[in-house]
Write a protein that binds this ligand. Structure first.
Ligand SMILES: *Cc1c(COP(=O)(O)O)cnc(C)c1O
Length: 367
């Protein structure tokens, strides 16, 4: 008998998620470009809804009816097929613990979002990693990892931190290759940013298959990361199962009120998309012009690769940028020690990143 309580197998294998930094000492102004937050902030209507929220003494609506109806109206979905969560992170964990038990396997791709590994280990399952090609998920590699123990497959589309995506044809091929009892989770946290004709976030597959779930979030383009709101859409039998283990009041009232207002503010989302279009392209061009390799991104962030040369590494660049108040994301934990992830910021931040990296790489004006 152990002398003190022992966590379940798997728990101590988890490296706790380390959020992007938000501080740099000794600099007047900080630009936080480390967590893929929007530089535009939330809709003014969402802020007003939050401010005018009353009756904090009452429990929230545990079924999130108004928010599910607002989401349903926006996407043409049956609200009964939607569950809201305290961020989509909560939903990723709930789906995993609904379908994965001790010894079961869950698959995700090499540089996939770290929350999947944590959710699988927390459920007592075994994380299985599928190799990527050119920083993109590889359908054949994922399918090659399927065994009789596989219960769940996660695909972030587009993926964080790489910014790459799979066209709908490839997602359909992945789904077609999976046994029908394996849950396919399509994490579409950045779907609103994608401007590609061959992209589909997942609605179509969820509507036609019995084993596909799509998760979405209010944390990214909606600018409500602090309120923690996410949602998932799934077939009725999955909704029924997940609702049994969901906490009864898992989303709070002020968050839901803001979410309802935010999802109806199309003009704000259009502005955010336009801002991203402009600056994603600009930053990609400018960073490439400095000689850096940038993985083509469809999200609101860029994977920037640095030389493995003393003084010019990603670690050196991070220290230099931080000393100027520019906080990017180190991604060693994603198996990418030679790259940094840069969130598209406001104009001032974007220009400052390019100028600072120009200086770092020694290409500044030496007049
Ligand atoms: C940011 C992000 C999420 C969203 O997390 P929330 O818990 O909703 O804030 C989900 N998946 C990926 C891939 C992300 O990058």
């Amino acid at each position: 008998m152990p002398a003190r309580p022992e966590p379940r197998p798997g728990v101590m294998k988890i490296d706790a998620y380390v959020p992007g930094k938000s501080k740099a000492s000794g600099v007047a102004k900080i630009h936080k470009l480390s967590s893929n937050e929007t530089p535009l902030g939330p809709s003014q209507k969402a802020i007003e809804a939050l401010r005018s929220f009353d009756h904090l003494e009452l429990y929230p609506d545990g079924t999130a009816t108004q928010l599910r109806e607002a989401i349903g109206a926006k996407y043409g979905l049956d609200p009964h097929r939607i569950i809201c969560g305290s961020g989509s992170d909560e939903l990723l964990s709930l789906i995993t613990s609904t379908y994965v038990g001790p010894g079961d396997e869950g698959i995700f791709s090499e540089h996939g979002f770290l929350v999947y590994r944590i959710a699988i280990l927390a459920a007592g399952g075994v994380p299985v990693v599928a190799k990527e090609k050119d920083y993109r998920a590889d359908v054949d590699a994922i399918l090659a990892q399927v065994t009789p123990k596989t219960k769940i497959v996660f695909l972030a589309n587009p993926n964080n931190p790489t910014g790459t995506y799979l066209p709908f044809d490839e997602v359909k091929r992945l789904h077609a290759g999976l046994p029908s009892h394996v849950v396919l989770v399509l994490d579409a946290a950045y779907a609103e940013y994608v401007r590609r004709n061959d992209y589909e976030a997942g609605l179509e597959l969820v509507a036609t298959a019995e084993n596909v779930v799509m998760t979405r979030t209010f944390s990214k383009i909606y600018g409500l990361a602090n309120l923690r709101i996410g949602w998932m859409v799934a077939p009725a039998h999955i909704i029924d199962a997940v609702n049994r283990i969901r906490g009864p009041f898992n989303v709070n009232g002020p968050a839901m009120a803001a979410g309802v207002a935010a999802i109806q503010d199309d003009a704000h989302i259009a502005r955010a998309i336009e801002h991203n279009e402009t600056w994603l392209a600009w930053l990609t061009r400018e960073l490439e012009a400095l000689g850096l390799t940038v993985t083509p991104s469809v999200g609101n962030f860029l994977l920037v690769h640095f030389p493995q040369q003393d003084g010019r590494t990603a670690k050196d660049a991070d220290a230099f940028l931080t000393s100027r108040g520019l906080i990017l994301r180190r991604i060693d934990a994603y198996g990418l020690p030679h790259a940094l992830r840069l969130t598209i910021g406001d104009e001032e931040a974007n220009r400052l990143v390019v100028e600072t990296l120009r200086e770092f790489l020694g290409q500044g004006d030496h007049a």
